[in-house]
Every structure is written in structure tokens, then in C-alpha cells.
Design a protein around this ligand. Structure first.
Ligand SMILES: [Mn+2]
Length: 261
């Protein structure tokens, strides 16, 4: 059965289609960050279509796939789909970079021990990741609640984040949230956060939980596509007009299926 609390099993595939459409609408350059040229990327591709399987099996497949992707220096930007996928991606990232800092934007902490009796689910990825040493706790943890962000620019906060993260590897996980909540961030604040990551040693990122059943106008997919584009623009070495990146940057989509059949 499908598990529809978060982004549904079908969401990733539909979002991928929407993303393909939206990236036509998204900008081809980012003037505030990189001037008038499109950052060079290795490609935007749907690279995984998982069969019907348990979460454990899906996570193993995602981890193995990302291990192959990152072994040659690719810095993956993934889109989803269910937030569970960040857990196996972080497992793969750990094997190459060791524990990483995490910039996590989400309406929920996703640090539960179990969710509906499951250890691997979209409410547990960061607890599993921390338990397995994927996250660098030595940089400390800081939680900023959404209501602390109301009516504020988040540019000063991101200055603090950059100081906290230093020059060590960082992963960005942006949950646009298929489990709807009111009182969240504005799209302007989303841009301030992602643009505020410029200068960090980003080794990968994702934009997850676009859920087509809740996105009847496609607006969320459009915002998601733009935020992912912004993430691409703040990857280390991206200068817009510099052709040096070549094939090392990729945007990939690990499709997943939730819970048990
Ligand atoms: Mn989440």
C-alpha cells in the first residue's frame, strides 16, 4: 500500500515531471549570486526508479547508487519524494567525507526514534543518521523554530550558520513539506537560507517532499525547482561563467517507495 502521510510513493515521479517543466520556467542565470551565466552542471537526470520494495531495501539501493555517484567527486543534488531518502544519501556521503554538518530546513525535526513502528521512515532520517555517525555533532546542534523567523530576514541567521559550519563538509536538506503545516517560511526566506549557504563546503543536498496531491496548481513544484536551482548556484566553485565544473555537479532524483507492501 502507499503511505500517504508524507509525499506519496507516486509523488517523486510526478514531481520529476513537474520539475522538468518548471526548470524551463526557472531562471537560466542567477544574477545576485553568479552574474548572467548559467552555472555549469553535469546534468539534470532522473537516475533511479526503484521497484516496489521495503524501506530497508530502498535505502540500500539509494545508498549504493549514491556511493557510485560521489566516488568520482560528483556533488549530488537530489529531489523527492519522501524525506527518508536523505538517510541513505548521508550514509553514502559519510563514506567519502566522514561526518558532515547539516543545514536542515523542515516543518518537523524528523528525529523520531520510530514512526508507526518503523525505524526507517520520513520522520526518523536524522536520528538514524546521527546514530550512525553520519552527522558531525562536534559543531553543535541548533534548532530555530519557524515562529522565531516570522517577519524577519534570515540573512543574519545564515551568517551565524556559516560561522558554525566553518569550512568542513556540509549537506543541505530542504523539506518543502508534504505534511502540510501553517506558519512556515516564505519563499523569500527560503531564498535567503539557500543563498546564505554560499561559501559553505557543500558536498550534497536535496529538496524533498513535494507532494502533487497537495500541489494542485504546481506552485510547490515551481518553488522547489527554483530552490534546487539556487542550491546548484551556491555549490563550491560555481561562478556562473566559469566552465571549470564540467561533470562534477549533478542533480539526481532517487525515487522511493514508502513502508511495507
Ligand atoms: Mn522532513
Amino acid at each position: 500500500m502507499n503511505f500517504l502521510i508524507g509525499a506519496s510513493a507516486f509523488s517523486s515521479r510526478i514531481f520529476s515531471r513537474k520539475f522538468s517543466t518548471c526548470r524551463v520556467l526557472a531562471k537560466t542565470f542567477n544574477e545576485p549570486l553568479s552574474g548572467n551565466d548559467m552555472p555549469r552542471a553535469g546534468g539534470i537526470a532522473s537516475m533511479m526508479r526503484l521497484p516496489i520494495q521495503t524501506n530497508t531495501e530502498a535505502c540500500q539501493d539509494i545508498k549504493n547508487h549514491f556511493l557510485k555517484l560521489i566516488q568520482n567527486g560528483c556533488k549530488p543534488l537530489a529531489l523527492g519524494g519522501d524525506h527518508t531518502m536523505t538517510y541513505p544519501i548521508l550514509q553514502a556521503i559519510k563514506e567519502k567525507y566522514g561526518p558532515v554538518g547539516l543545514v536542515h530546513i523542515d516543518a518537523h525535526a524528523d528525529t523520531s526514534d520510530t514512526m508507526l513502528g518503523e525505524k526507517i521512515a520520513h520522520g526518523t532520517p536524522f536520528r538514524r543518521a546521527f546514530e550512525e555517525g553520519c552527522l558531525d555533532g562536534n559543531r553543535g546542534f541548533r534548532v530555530i523554530r519557524a515562529d522565531e523567523c516570522w517577519h524577519k530576514s534570515l540573512t543574519p541567521l545564515m551568517s551565524e550558520v556559516r560561522e558554525m559550519m566553518g569550512d568542513k563538509p556540509v549537506y543541505i536538506s530542504f523539506d518543502i513539506d508534504g505534511t502540510p503545516e501553517i506558519g512556515g517560511l516564505t519563499s523569500i526566506q527560503g531564498l535567503e537560507i539557500v543563498r546564505g549557504c554560499k561559501g559553505l563546503n557543500i558536498v550534497g543536498g536535496d529538496l524533498v517532499e513535494v507532494s502533487p496531491p497537495y500541489d494542485t496548481t504546481g506552485t510547490t513544484a515551481l518553488v522547489g525547482a527554483n530552490l534546487l536551482f539556487e542550491m546548484l548556484c551556491v555549490l563550491p566553485g560555481v561562478k556562473g561563467s566559469t566552465p571549470a565544473l564540467g561533470p562534477i555537479v549533478g542533480v539526481v532524483s532517487p525515487f522511493k517507495l514508502m513502508l511495507k507492501i
